[in-house]
Ligand binder design. Structure first.
Ligand code: 3PG
Ligand code: MG
Length: 377
């Protein structure tokens, strides 16, 4: 059993000549039919190698994108199947689980069909373990089950950070919506020494401080909550300057015109804050460098547009240089690290965006709870 009391691979019955159903998260980014980042496939290899080493036949399954419960060629796993065959010869891959409506509705009849002919089940789909879907929570009720190496590692690293981080522990949060991140901000404030906030969501906080935010992203219905949080003395650090785009400008299209300016945190009408400014970038970097544990989730600005990538790049660079233990929580921040060629400098890049935030917030995931109920647990 692991620290979170879920059965691990060694807790499975002998597997020689047996068939193992492996739930993976191979929901990889694809452009024009080609995989642009195969991290999630490579991350499952230690589990696959171990299972094959025990003499098991491994059949993998995954969701891929968000098809609407019926076959859709746009969401075929074919590109994944091709890459998997190169990386892990001999592993079969079923078609997209979400081609059947029973996957997302957690239909017991779909679980029965899924586990038919298998002797054991392994969940290595950390990135999908916050979903109460059939392939995540169903099989452990029917088969001896275990967390794969990736799932176990993710839970161990994120769990340790949540339970007993080496201090100072600094969290850096970005992304566009406060409403999406509010619960995780609150959870991190319980454990982190300081939470640095950038990205689109910082403007709702700046408005809560009474600053004009111009045309920047702002969730007016969240301002009161942000005010309450700031008034409570929470250890939140906001940007002291921003990079903004003037009237007439268009994100991602420099040719459209519009001035780009560095300014403080009072943004005039018609201007849109799209990145933290150079002062804040330097300040956030210092704090990352001084920390002994750092967790980062969410870009500091619209880094896909080179005019607004500097803040995200500065945080990524500081994460890469930090001597402390560095953890990046999936999604856009992992994509940014890739874009800057820094992913390898980070101690732990999580394969799950939503899953890592939910684990931080609640300390558990439906996929883990299900494993605890397995017959061999
Ligand atoms: C992800 O990419 O975040 C995971 O694979 C989960 O996908 P989902 O958000 O479509 O459930
Ligand atoms: Mg380091």
């Amino acid at each position: 059993m692991s620290s979170l009391d879920v059965p691990v691979l060694e807790d499975l019955p002998p597997l020689d000549g047996r068939r193992v159903l492996l739930r993976a998260d191979f929901n990889v980014p694809v452009q024009d039919g080609r995989i642009t980042d195969d991290l999630r496939i490579r991350a499952a290899l230690p589990t696959i190698t171990w299972l094959q080493g025990q003499g098991a036949t491994v059949v993998a399954c995954t969701h891929f994108g968000r098809p609407k419960g019926q076959p859709d060629p746009k969401y075929s796993v074919a590109p994944v199947r091709e890459r998997l065959a190169e990386l892990a010869p001999g592993v079969e891959l079923m078609e997209n689980l979400r081609f059947d409506p029973g996957e997302t509705s957690n239909d017991p009849a779909f679980v029965d069909r899924l586990v038919d002919g298998f002797d054991a089940y392994v969940n290595d789909a950390f990135g999908a373990s916050h979903r109460e879907h059939a392939s995540i929570v169903g099989p452990p009720r029917r088969l001896p089950s275990a967390a794969g190496r990736l799932l176990a590692k993710e839970v161990e690293v994120l769990g340790a950070m949540r339970e007993h981080p080496t201090r100072p522990f600094v969290a850096v949060l970005g992304g566009s919506k406060v409403s999406d991140k509010l619960k995780v901000i609150q959870a991190l404030l319980e454990v982190a020494d300081e939470v640095l906030i950038g990205g689109g969501m910082c403007f709702t906080f700046l408005k809560a401080l009474g600053h004009p935010v111009g045309s920047s992203l702002c969730e007016d219905d969240q301002v009161a909550t942000c005010t309450a949080l700031l008034d409570s003395g929470a250890a939140i650090r906001l940007p002291s300057d921003v990079t903004a785009l003037g009237p007439g400008g268009k994100i991602g299209d420099p040719a459209a015109g519009g001035d780009v300016r560095q300014m403080g945190t009072r943004i005039p009408d018609g201007w849109m804050g799209l990145d933290i400014g150079p002062g804040s970038s330097a300040d956030f970097s210092d704090r990352v460098l001084d920390a002994r544990t750092v967790f980062w989730n969410g870009p500091m600005g619209v880094f896909e547009d080179p005019r607004f990538e500097a803040g995200t790049r500065a945080v990524a660079q500081a994460m890469a240089e930090a001597h402390g233990f560095t953890i990046v929580g999936g999604g856009d921040s992992a994509a940014a690290l890739d874009q800057f060629g820094l992913a390898r400098e980070i101690d732990h890049v999580s394969t799950g965006g939503g899953a890592s935030l939910e684990l931080l917030e609640l300390g558990d995931l439906p996929g883990l709870a299900a494993l605890r109920g397995a017959p061999n647990a």
